[in-house]
Design a protein around this ligand. Structure first.
Ligand code: HEC
Length: 161
């Protein structure tokens, strides 16, 4: 065996492996596409009424989740229990637990909205009304209810369309 033969053999093996990998990737891609195409067909379609009731609230809460994960998790934590990465370093009261259904500043939608919009004096909870538009503040309030496992109050949906 010469060095050239060795190199040829190595090249051959390399090509074979690459081809095998491509075939495997194509198979995985085909499975993913199939799952995406078939998945919705298998899960039952929600009743029309349920869709009407859930639709706007779910959309608002989903928008709120996106914003929450961006600006609120650092203190309130992924699940809202108040264990965000900087929660322990705050001066003043801790973020508290948003999931416990016993909110310090009340659970009426206007109260929750006011806390998020204007913050709480003497705490690290800032007002967010300069950072977010009114519909985004409503979305954040909606998601706060979802963190506690509660329905989004209808008041928050006003003007949601
Ligand atoms: C820098 C840390 C920090 C960030 C970021 C933060 N919060 Fe807070 N938040 C707090 C603290 C601290 C409190 C507790 C205030 C108090 O004890 O009165 C609080 C309180 C709250 C409350 C009231 C809870 C209750 O028990 O009444 C809500 C609602 C809330 N935050 C929502 C949000 C939302 C929504 C965001 C993102 C837009 C956010 N917070 C971002 C620190 C933070």
């Amino acid at each position: 065996m010469t060095l050239d033969d060795d190199l040829d053999a190595m090249e051959g093996a390399g090509t074979g492996n690459t081809r095998g990998l491509l075939v495997a990737l194509a198979a995985v891609a085909a499975l993913v596409v199939a799952a995406i195409a078939v998945g919705p067909l298998l899960s039952p379609r929600p009743e029309a009424d349920e869709q009407a009731a859930e639709g706007p609230a779910a959309a608002l809460a989903a928008e709120g989740k996106r914003l929450y994960e961006w600006r609120c998790v650092s203190c309130h934590g992924e699940t809202g229990v108040g264990d965000g990465p900087i929660a322990g370093d705050l001066t003043g009261p801790p973020p508290g637990d948003l999931t416990d259904d016993d909110w310090k500043h009340g659970d009426r939608p206007d109260r929750v909205l006011a806390v998020i919009a204007r913050g709480v004096d003497g705490t690290m909870m800032a007002g967010w009304d300069t950072a977010f538009a009114p519909d985004e503040l409503r979305a954040l309030a909606a998601y706060t209810y979802r963190l506690a496992g509660r329905d989004v109050p209808a008041e928050l949906l006003d003007g949601a369309e």
